[in-house]
Design a protein around this ligand. Structure first.
Ligand code: TPP
Ligand code: MG
Length: 297
């Protein structure tokens, strides 16, 4: 079901369209579904599946070695252990939305604000400013990838000027890990998605250039905490949460994905006319998935 105020969008992706205001629509749906129960067998199957997934999440978030560099999923795990019921976590773009979608635990009332409609890089810091203004005294966390940070760090200055104690958790993996993976899946082999020097063969697989985003955040007025290990990260997150100034927690992570696979398929069309071997293979795989698609209505 696609609930949207705009008919054009409500009809996207072969969903059942419900054209109305979000709050009104959800209220009406809740009323219409009052007393509705699914079959007991379905409910049992659903609960068992959810329990299985909870164990997967638990394993993905765990970090047993305090001295090791954290993976991206362990950063999410460290944050999960630090946030309170009222903390607001904000994210929009990169590989984090997909990972959070699978792994972030948001039991009510824990607020969680994921802008995945446009997934607009650069949304996170201005959003954190807005949330912090609306909820003074509440810890607000903007989760920001390095590519996203480079696109729009400048509103940090506004947070500093306004004395808003937001925390930016900056995940440095030297490139567009998400677009790298996506481009590989459509046969485009990660072209131009790493912030690395060119190697002798012309590929971007050299060392990362000497770009220091933590120093950049500091130069814009933030307090900066650099975390190299899981232990340092936990400590930095706790310090940031208690801080009364805008604070950046900077952590290096590996670009290789560590989140468990969702086994979902994303309909991203693949070039049909390309003669590149990787693209031809990707197109054949795409055509198979399209043929498997079922409409439920
Ligand atoms: C304004 C904007 N431009 C382009 C994109 C497409 N895009 C989505 S994720 C991404 C790369 C994000 O890189 P980073 O923040 O480092 O996250 P990572 O993929 O490494 O997790 C790009 C270019 C976007 N979502 N928003
Ligand atoms: Mg990145």
């Amino acid at each position: 079901m696609n609930l949207n105020i705009t008919a054009f969008d409500a009809h996207k992706l072969a969903a059942a369209p419900l054209v109305c205001d979000a709050r009104t629509g959800l209220t009406a749906l809740s009323e219409a579904l009052a007393g509705h129960r699914v079959e007991a067998a379905y409910e049992a199957e659903y609960r068992a599946g959810k329990d299985r997934w909870d164990r997967v999440v638990e394993a993905a978030l765990r970090a047993d070695d305090d001295r090791a560099a954290p993976t991206q999923t362990q950063v999410i795990g460290a944050l999960d252990a630090v946030v309170g019921d009222d903390d607001v976590v904000i994210n929009a773009a990169g590989s984090l939305p997909g990972d959070l979608h699978k792994l972030w635990r948001a039991p009510p009332p824990r607020p969680y604000h994921l802008e995945y409609g446009y997934s607009c890089m650069g949304y996170e810091i201005p959003a954190a400013i807005g949330v912090q203004q609306a909820a003074p005294g509440t810890p607000v966390w903007a989760l920001v990838g390095d590519g996203t940070y480079l696109m729009m760090p400048t509103e940090i200055v506004t947070a500093v000027q306004e004395g808003l104690p937001i925390t930016v958790v900056l995940l440095q993996n030297h490139g567009y890990a998400s677009i790298g993976g996506l481009s590989e899946s459509v046969g485009a082999e990660r072209f131009g998605t790493a912030y690395r020097y060119r190697a002798a063969d012309g590929s971007f697989t050299g060392a990362p250039p000497p770009v220091d985003l933590a120093a950049n955040a500091g130069s814009l007025g933030m307090d900066v905490l650099r975390a190299k290990t899981v232990g340092e990260l936990r400590e930095a997150l706790r310090t940031a949460r208690a801080a009364d100034r805008p604070t950046c927690v900077y952590v290096e992570t590996d670009p290789a994905p560590t989140a468990p696979p969702a086994e979902a398929w994303w309909d991203v069309p693949v070039a049909a006319a390309s003669t590149r071997e990787a693209a031809v293979r990707a197109r054949a795989a795409y055509d198979r998935r399209v043929a498997d698609r079922r409409h439920h209505l």
